[in-house]
Design a protein around this ligand. Structure first.
Ligand code: PHB
Length: 402
């Protein structure tokens, strides 16, 4: 039997069938009418994340972080247990609408948590705008989700692509770099991070002299590294992530560029990959909304709990998953488990102040985190914090009418 048939409620918690009614009665629900129905039973959480492909590790860290936050609430939110429905989106934009519909139409989840890849985010946005299903995005930075496509039910616990590289302009300027080359995958995330950097660097009087792209998820960098060697820019800025980032860092070193042309990046370049790259990343400086060595009470507690639960050190993806859980918990607490109280959920979530391992953050009008961007430097196996590159950076939310 499909899980959605068992539950007997639609997304807003309305009763659908007589077998479902028997289940509620047997459970001994005492409150009358819709309130009882809306607040009883498990809350259905759809996890749409990659568990295969170059971003598989990112999906795993997000899942771990999310479940840790829920476990810290005793596995229940607003008094209700959580039931998970999982879809591997393969970081494949072409399958995104179909995969989102598995959760929305087939499983009838109350909320969707996902995903990593910006192209898949765009496919999800179409489905979730139409269905109105609550959505927390724990990574994918596609600007449109909290820009032109922004919607009351769309929330992000992560970043916009623009945010992750914008502060790098200041950083490069402070190092005396006057020109730079940007290298990335040719898809929304890479292009938007390039744009965020370009604006930030040009505001400081710098010049982006060349944009270099490889198709996603290819990792054949040799020809472009040869081109960089011949251009000889003051600096190289890169966005790759997961397996692709590890390969790029190793290839940059093998091409003899490490130590010759300084390498910078969106922090994803060096997050979650340091165990895999030997000393290829040593000294690379990046900007991101998380770093190692923050040494705050919240971060220390989180890192300890994560290491205990999973025998792993957390990274930025784990933090974003954890904060998605915290944001969801804030909503569920306010509505006392009645997730069908949509306006109550939205109001509580949009006004939440999240006590995150990254530092406290709130949401912009478009529901994107307003957060500090750290400057980090790879030292051994850590993305060691160097300072705050931009305090309280907000995405411009271009095109959002919210
Ligand atoms: C994205 O596609 O938006 C994306 C993917 C991986 C990252 C960051 C952004 O590490």
């Amino acid at each position: 039997m499909e899980k959605n048939e068992k539950a007997g409620y639609d997304r807003r918690g309305f009763l659908k069938g007589s077998t479902a009614f028997a289940g509620v009665a047997a459970a001994g629900t005492l409150l009358p009418g819709g309130l009882a129905l809306a607040q009883s039973g498990k809350v259905k959480v759809g996890l749409m994340l990659p568990s295969t492909g170059t971003f598989a590790g990112l999906g795993a860290a997000i899942t771990n972080g999310f479940k840790l936050a829920i476990d810290e609430h005793g596995g229940k939110l607003g008094g209700r247990e959580i039931e998970y429905f999982v879809v591997d989106d393969e970081s494949n934009p072409a399958k995104a609408p179909e995969n989102a519909n598995k959760l929305v139409q087939r499983d009838k989840v109350d909320i969707v948590i996902g995903t990593v890849h910006s192209g898949v985010v765009m496919g999800m946005a179409k489905v979730l705008k139409e269905s109105g299903t609550l959505w927390i995005n724990p990574n994918g930075g596609a600007g449109a989700m909290t820009g032109a496509l922004c919607a009351p039910n769309f929330f992000r616990s992560s970043f916009s692509n623009w945010q992750t590289t914008h502060a790098l302009g200041r950083v490069l300027k402070s190092k005396g770099h006057k020109n730079a080359v940007f290298i990335t995958w040719k898809y929304a995330a890479g292009q938007e991070m390039m744009q965020g950097f370009k604006e930030g660097f040009e505001n400081e009087g710098g010049k982006l002299t060349k944009e270099l792209y490889v198709p996603f998820p290819q990792v054949e960098f040799q020809a472009l590294l040869t081109e960089i060697a011949s251009i000889k820019p003051d600096a190289v800025v890169a966005f790759f992530a997961g397996g692709g980032a590890a390969k790029f860092l190793k290839d940059y070193q093998a091409a003899g560029l490490k130590g010759k042309i300084p390498l910078y990046g969106a922090g994803f370049l060096t997050d979650g990959v340091l165990d895999a790259v030997g000393d290829a990343a040593e000294g690379v400086e990046t900007t991101l909304h998380y770093a190692d060595g923050l040494d705050t009470k919240k971060d220390n507690a989180f890192r300890l709990a994560y290491a205990k639960a999973y025998k792993l050190q957390p990274d930025v993806y784990a933090v974003q998953g954890y904060d998605a859980g915290q944001l969801f918990a804030a909503g569920m607490k306010a509505v006392k488990g009645d997730i069908g109280n949509r306006s109550g959920m939205i109001k509580a979530m949009e006004s939440a102040r999240i006590d995150s391992p990254r530092g406290q953050w709130t949401l912009s009008k478009a529901h994107n985190p307003v957060q500090d961007m750290y400057l980090r430097k790879v030292v051994g196996k850590e993305n060691k914090v160097q300072g705050v590159a931009w305090k309280g950076l907000a995405d411009p939310a271009r095109g959002c009418k919210a």
